[in-house]
Design a protein around this ligand. Structure first.
Ligand code: 5GP
Length: 112
């Protein structure tokens, strides 16, 4: 399903892109919930973690590697949180798989 994230991948709408390779894109969240808040998405249109197929295993793995790499580049030496909202109960708003990376402040638990 084409979403706003497909438009970011295609450069049809702007975003502050932090990293790109053939599999993934990382860019800052437009509505940051922490001093550092970026998203890592696969370029493939995967709806959510609940809709993976077997061939997506390497893609998801690459996204997590990119999350770790960009978190380090962003100076998150004290740690960070990685979140993937899936589906309605998970609070997912954009139906294109994405990993939030939030850092630069103390996180609390449980999340809302
Ligand atoms: P979700 O609730 O689906 O897990 O998170 C979607 C995230 O995408 C939200 O944090 C929201 O701020 C972000 N977002 C939505 N539209 C845009 C956009 O056009 N540009 C950017 N950079 N982030 C967006």
């Amino acid at each position: 399903m084409a979403t706003i994230f497909s438009k970011i991948i295609a450069r049809e709408i702007p975003a502050e892109i932090l990293f790109e390779d053939e599999v993934c894109l990382a860019f800052r969240d437009i509505n940051p919930q922490a001093p550092i808040h970026f998203l890592v998405i696969p370029k493939k249109e995967i709806v959510s973690l609940a809709e993976l197929s077997g061939e997506d295993e390497q893609i998801v793995g690459r996204c997590l590697m990119v999350a770790s790499l960009v978190a380090a580049e962003q100076g998150l030496t004290g740690g960070y949180r990685l979140v993937a909202n899936a589906g309605q109960d998970g609070g997912q708003e954009v139906p294109h798989l994405h990993f939030h990376v939030l850092g630069g402040r103390q996180m609390s638990w449980p999340p809302g």
